[in-house]
Design a binder for this molecule. Structure first.
Ligand code: SF4
Ligand code: SF4
Length: 507
């Protein structure tokens, strides 16, 4: 069902000449061009001017891919992240230019096509060092001095006893005032010594961070916010929480101190969730969490609701729609629902999921894309970045939050003055990229580059491929991105139709 809609969206766009990147909301990085077979887009004078142009020596980018789709060819350059939809004759023309080592010759035959190839960097100057371009991209992201990100675990304890993570709880763990003071000094140190700093972000993680909202979170947030205000730096903060301990009286604090977003998990609909996520006295948590998500979105906080599912629970998952039916469309716009097949299940059960996702759309929910896309360079993990630290409740400093916070993973110590003394593991992590030889000649390196720093560290010395290791092909990764653009068009169109219907006939 979903695939058919994608095809329809594709057909609609085939007819259009304008690039998608010109869409008014400016959200898309991709762009289509569909080229006329005649030359009547350029006047005879323009044609002549184009054919007279002299070009230096040119080459085809190594980041190009050309993939057949629906009788056309989808061209993608992973550095510019631009798409071109081509007739197969145009790909033949491009390939002929490459084989004959005469790319400028394309301009004589089809100037429009040539200029699109050049503009979107499918064709580049022969002396371009493409690996250096990827390195520059990485440096701009992972060594950005304008932003500093802290992840703080106030505790490794939790108020829930979910079977899948109960064993990692550390009872009685709580950040003490000495560690809190070190964090406050660290924030001051960063603000005073990073002259280009424009943004500071604190993510609260754990354990369940809300357990120590008053004692740990409030004083650190207040201090960070006020210090940032003094120095003209933007402060933001977010939570990964089970959502059970959110209270109405917290909302004004969140609003005042720019605590803007929350990630909260539901383990399926009510019945399933309550068998997994319950408090120490076996009390189910679903109703409280739904109530608290509503408090947050009514307080204009963004909530990313992560819904875990297994095949048998997918049918009932649509009950969640009912549980939020009293929210307005505006309030729902603060929620982003994302569906995740739990690792023990053999999913993702595409057909059932398509039905579920479509029903959420129909009911004004925003959902994550049906297609998983990767962009590990421009949107790298915080742990890959120099200006990031994860501080555990006991003051030990880590990077990655997806591994155990044990002694082996410690990458630094905080001094009393708030400096972090990083150990050799930090240097190794920061130098872990560009060491995996398959990546150095890969056509999708600018969107992958071997995955995150933790993957690079754990596979050091091996020739690995995160895409192939996860059972995918590179073309599938590219087409997921392409289909995601089409999908966003479908959703945008569906919302527009619904809005028009409402305005015209009150439907
Ligand atoms: S596993 Fe990789 S992506 Fe996940 S937190 Fe660690 S470094 Fe980041
Ligand atoms: S991990 Fe695989 S897909 Fe990713 S850049 Fe390296 S070779 Fe390419």
């Amino acid at each position: 069902m979903f695939d058919v809609s994608i095809k329809k969206a594709f057909r609609r766009h085939e007819k259009k000449m304008s690039p998608l990147s010109d869409m008014p909301d400016g959200t898309l990085t991709g762009g289509f061009s569909n080229f006329p077979k005649t030359r009547d887009r350029l006047s005879p004078e323009e044609l002549e001017a184009a054919s007279r142009q002299e070009f230096g020596k040119l080459k085809a980018s190594r980041f190009n891919s050309f993939i057949p789709f629906e009788g056309k060819i989808v061209g993608f350059n992973s550095y510019t992240q631009k798409f071109l939809v081509l007739e197969s004759e145009l790909l033949d023309l491009f390939n002929a230019g490459v084989i004959e080592n005469n790319l400028p010759g394309i301009a004589e035959i089809h100037p429009d096509f040539f200029f699109e190839l050049k503009k979107n960097e499918f064709i580049i100057e022969d002396n371009t060092d493409e690996l250096q371009k990827v390195k520059d991209l990485r440096n701009a992201t992972d060594f950005n001095e304008k932003r500093y990100e802290l992840v703080i675990n106030p505790t490794m304890n939790c108020n829930f006893k979910c079977w899948y993570c109960y064993e990692s709880h550390i009872k009685g763990s709580k950040m003490d005032s000495e560690t809190m003071l070190k964090i406050i000094n660290h924030i001051d140190h960063v603000i005073e010594n990073q002259p280009e700093l424009e943004e500071l972000d604190i993510s609260w993680f754990g354990g369940e961070p809300m357990l120590y909202f008053d004692h740990v979170i409030k004083p650190i947030v207040k201090h960070a916010y006020e210090k940032c205000q003094e120095h003209g730096i933007e402060f933001t903060s977010d939570f990964t929480t089970n959502g059970y301990l959110v209270k109405e009286e917290m909302i004004p604090f969140f609003q005042k101190y720019n605590i803007n977003s929350f990630q909260i998990t539901l383990d399926g609909e009510k019945e399933k969730h309550n068998t997994v996520r319950y408090t120490a006295n076996k009390k189910g948590s679903y109703d409280s969490i739904i109530k608290n998500i509503k408090l947050l979105v009514k307080g204009e906080r963004v909530v990313s609701v992560r819904v875990n599912y297994v095949e048998e629970t997918l049918d009932k998952i649509e009950n969640i729609i009912e549980d939020f039916k009293d929210l307005t469309e505006e309030e729902k716009s603060y929620m982003m629902v994302s569906f995740h097949n739990v690792w023990q299940d053999s999913g993702p059960h595409v057909e059932k999921l398509e039905k579920v996702v479509t029903n959420f759309w129909r009911n004004d929910f925003y959902t994550n894309s049906f297609f998983n896309t990767m962009d590990s360079l421009r949107s790298s993990c915080y742990a890959d970045k120099k200006n990031h630290a994860t501080i555990n409740y006991d003051g030990e400093v880590f990077k990655c939050t997806a591994r155990n916070f044990d002694e082996d993973g410690v990458e630094g110590k905080m001094t009393d003055e708030g400096k972090i003394q990083w150990n050799e593991k930090f240097d190794k992590r920061m130098n872990s990229k560009f060491k995996n030889s398959p990546c150095l000649s890969c056509r999708i390196q600018p969107i992958c580059n071997g995955g995150c720093s933790q993957q690079a560290l754990e596979q050091e010395g091996l020739d690995y491929c995160v895409v192939e290791d996860s059972g995918l092909q590179k073309d599938e990764v590219i087409m997921a991105r392409f289909k995601q653009i089409l999908e966003s068009q479908i959703v945008r169109r569906a919302r527009l139709v619904k809005k028009i219907n409402k305005e015209l006939i009150g439907a």
